[in-house]
Ligand binder design. Structure first.
Ligand SMILES: [Cu+2]
Length: 478
């Protein structure tokens, strides 16, 4: 890390970024400090407001959307998706100093969380920092994460599910040199696809129908559009998926394909290709794979499907299709080695023999909880206070009949073990920020708390569970 980056980071640590000051002692410092000579590389403005979008229904649908513009830096830092309700794709490099100015033109409070990025607490979109209509919030952070597909979405307490459902989300892609050196399929042969479901009524308008199970739709959308068929050239592709649904879990298979070649996960590339026949894909998880369309003929259709979550119960359905064109793609090769990923040594953990246990349970009057506790601003149990620099093992135990994708803010973690083993096909490989805890499962993750002090949150990424109160603070202290 060079000097200017370190300096920028230190400023971040003392807490600038917040445009709004708080008089309470919740955060160590929330006064905004201007950059001096240390200017950001990229300045982006994101405005959240209404947007009318044609999603193939009777009439245009009223969404909420992020409108972006680059105020400084390369124009390629933002990529609009034509005809989509999703926000622009943000694309930056590891090490970039990024300023994002969020303007809230929604009729209610909001705040943005950069899902998977390791940033200081006041840049993380903690619900505490939600701003009112017509207010703005300035984020200043250095992109510390390695290359990967991260994303952004609102995070106000109690309203995250509703706001994401209205259309507020976007991809945040990070590039780095290690990834560039691999010469993976790129440009046209790299597809980033956001999977979401929405319920449209007869008038073509969104209907948000939350329940204890979450909010589900009657229609699947890809990248915020009705278009679910993609023309591909005969060549090798890098396909990157985000499950951007509020609650829907997919059980993904590719019709007629025995080996799906996974190359990446939530936190970027794996060490090497991991072959899967099918896999569970939970809200907020990312999955990257290589797919060779050169083995197909012109006009062939390849279906990405979701199988029943439990064998024999329900029907499979098509998520999206690829249609092979007659065009030949650029030639790319599958690398034998992908990245410098290394496993965290379990002995690094301060509590390897006594993992912190988090029981995922419902409670009368509260709804879904963690250890029976709902969310309260500025509240922590003892076990939710962590010493800066420590590595810990957390065990999520799910005694219920519903799966819970658990997301921990801050650094990426690794899955140590899962009581049900690997048979279930959960995505446990590589760096993770969200782990699917299946009914009956005990899942242990190992995480380093060594980057930023302060208050962060962990929660279920079934967004209706989260809003119901399946969310808690944790605090990293000296
Ligand atoms: Cu849940």
């Amino acid at each position: 890390m060079d000097c200017s980056r370190r300096e920028f980071l230190n400023k971040g640590l003392i807490g600038f970024g917040a445009a709004v000051s708080f008089s309470n002692s919740w955060a160590s410092a929330t006064t905004r400090v201007l950059f001096n000579n240390d200017e950001p590389d990229v300045i982006i403005e994101l405005i959240a407001k209404y947007k009318l979008v044609d999603t193939g229904n009777n009439s245009k649908t009223k969404f909420w959307s992020y409108f972006g513009s680059v105020l400084k830096g390369p124009k390629e830092a933002l990529k609009e998706i034509t005809g989509s309700y999703l926000g622009p794709i943000i694309e930056v490099n590891t090490g970039d100093k990024v300023r994002i100015i969020f303007k809230n033109e929604l009729p209610e409070e909001s705040i943005i969380h950069w899902h998977g990025l390791d940033v200081s607490h006041n840049n993380d979109g903690h619900p505490h920092y939600a701003i009112k209509t017509n207010e703005s919030y300035q984020y200043d952070f250095v992109v510390e994460n390695r290359a990967g597909m991260y994303w952004y979405h609102p995070h106000p307490h109690g309203r995250t599910g509703f706001q994401v459902y209205q259309g507020l989300a976007g991809l945040f892609i990070v590039r780095d040199q290690e990834e560039k050196n691999l010469n993976l399929p790129n440009e046209e042969q790299e597809l980033s696809l956001v999977l979401q479901d929405r319920y449209f009524n007869d008038d073509g308008q969104l209907e948000y129908r939350p329940s204890m199970m979450g909010a589900f739709g009657n229609k699947l959308l890809i990248n915020g559009t009705d278009e679910r068929k993609f023309n591909v050239k005969q060549g090798l592709y890098r396909i990157r998926l985000l499950n951007g649904c509020n609650a829907r879990i997919f059980n993904i298979a590719v019709d007629g394909v025995q080996e799906i070649k996974q190359i990446g996960s939530d936190g970027g590339l794996l060490a090497e290709v991991n072959s899967l026949e099918r896999f569970y894909f939970a809200p907020a998880e990312r999955f990257e794979f290589l797919f060779d369309f050169s083995q197909y003929s012109t006009g062939d259709i390849i279906r990405v499907e979701s199988l029943p979550l439990v064998e024999g119960r329900g029907k499979k359905y098509t998520i999206l299709e690829f249609e092979v064109s007659e065009d030949l793609g650029e030639l790319f090769q599958e690398p034998s080695k992908l990245s410098q990923y290394s496993k965290i040594n379990p002995s690094e953990a301060t509590n390897l023999n006594s993992p912190k246990e988090f029981e995922l349970i419902p409670k009368r009057g509260t709804g879904w909880t963690i250890n029976g506790n709902g969310y309260e601003d500025n509240r922590y149990e003892n076990y939710e206070i962590i010493k800066y620099g420590d590595t810990e093992v957390w065990e999520f135990y799910n005694p219920t009949g519903m799966p819970h994708p658990m997301h921990i803010h801050g650094t990426q973690f690794q899955v140590l073990n899962r009581s049900s083993g690997q048979l279930k096909g959960c995505l446990d490989q590589g760096w993770k920020d969200t782990v699917l805890v299946m009914p009956g499962d005990r899942v242990q993750v190992i995480k380093r708390f060594n980057t930023f002090k302060g208050t962060f949150i962990y929660h279920c990424h079934n967004l209706e569970h989260e809003d119901m109160s399946m969310m808690r603070n944790f605090k990293i202290i000296d």
